[in-house]
Design a protein around this ligand. Structure first.
Ligand SMILES: [Zn+2]
Length: 60
């Protein structure tokens, strides 16, 4: 078996299902603003540019 190197890197195809237009609400850790990000978007606040966001808790 030569000429074929098995790659053990991540296969991003299997997890790409129907997660289109699914926005997740985050709370910025800096300005405490509401940030909605879609799947695949970089974690970043749109108000202040902070990159630490917390997932919103829905049980209140
Ligand atoms: Zn912010």
């Amino acid at each position: 078996m030569s000429g074929y190197a098995p790659q053990t890197s991540q296969t991003a195809d299997a997890s790409a299902i129907d997660i289109h237009s699914r926005a997740v609400s985050y709370t910025c850790g800096d300005c405490d603003g509401d940030v909605q990000l879609k799947r695949g978007e970089p974690i970043r606040c749109r108000n202040c540019g902070h990159r630490v966001l917390y997932k919103k808790r829905t049980n209140r």
